[in-house]
Design a protein around this ligand. Structure first.
Ligand code: ATP
Ligand code: MG
Length: 249
């Protein structure tokens, strides 16, 4: 079982989109995938075909076979759950008191039955990020080729070092550029700066900005199914090929 945390310093970069589609693509490679929605926005459900009003999920039940839903798109997932503010505060308190809550929950499932666990997180330094990093063997930070994303990277790297220190099984953080456009000169400059500063941790695949990503969500389908030959889908398939080599389950 390989646990991969999808993280970012800045919001709205595409973590949830990448998490859901990466999971489905791994499923298409016959990998057994479990997605954990560790973000109170509870958005993984929308991507994986569950009513987002469903209250069952991680915040109420934790990680257990009973909290796992089967997506029609070939992967299993645990939604965050649609919880009230007091339930959320209670759950956050539990996470604060036990940084290994998610790790222990995953170990209590049958790890031999799962190839990849993908954990979606909210942006920035949160109790959820800490949990995800404590459980992960790899982190993928989704970044946009813009200055705002670029400036968040040092902080993400130091948080990752802090929350994975002393764990030899942690396999590093990689940077994945999403919503790439070839036309933008500024975008090209930021990408060049990313490679200049972080060449050793760049995922060698960037995901193009592709209108079919948002259209797919509007049709309640993953982009891999809605437009399998579109730019974003082809990039996600390349991302899976990279992951299967660099994070072998
Ligand atoms: N490759 C892409 N091409 C075009 N649009 C994209 C792409 N990736 C993501 N988007 C769009 O960007 C928006 C944000 O995506 P998403 O919700 O996945 O980001 P997020 O990082 O999970 O956000 P948050 O930080 O709020 O959790 C969505 O409208 C999504 O459709
Ligand atoms: Mg998200």
């Amino acid at each position: 079982m390989q646990v991969i945390a999808l993280v970012s310093g800045k919001g709205g970069v595409g973590k949830t989109t990448v998490t859901a589609n990466l999971a489905i693509a791994l499923g298409q490679h016959r990998k057994r995938v479990l997605v954990i929605d560790l973000d109170p926005q509870n958005a993984v459900s929308i991507h994986l075909g569950l009513d987002p009003n469903e209250i069952a999920g991680l915040a109420r039940e934790g990680i257990s076979p009973e909290s796992v839903f089967e997506s029609p798109f070939g992967v299993n997932f645990i939604p965050f759950g649609n919880v009230a503010d007091d339930e959320l505060a209670e759950f956050e308190a539990v996470l604060r008191s036990d940084p290994n809550f998610i790790h222990k929950g995953l170990m209590a499932l049958d790890p031999k039955q799962i190839d990849y666990v993908l954990i979606d997180t909210p942006p920035g330094a949160t109790v959820f990020l800490k949990q995800a990093l404590y459980a992960a063997q790899k982190a993928i930070a989704v970044v946009l080729a813009d200055a705002a994303s670029f400036t968040t990277i040092p902080k993400l790297l130091s948080l990752t070092a802090e929350h994975t220190s002393g764990r030899s099984e942690f396999n590093g953080l990689n940077l994945l550029v999403n919503q790439m456009t070839e036309k933008s000169v500024l975008g090209q400059q930021v990408r060049a700066a990313l490679y200049d500063n972080y060449a050793h941790i760049m995922v060698p695949v960037a995901i193009h900005k592709d209108a079919s990503v948002a259209e797919a969500l509007a049709y309640e389908r993953p982009v891999l199914q809605y437009n399998p030959t579109g730019k974003a889908s082809l990039d996600i398939n390349d991302l899976v090929d990279w992951l299967l080599i660099h994070c072998e389950a």
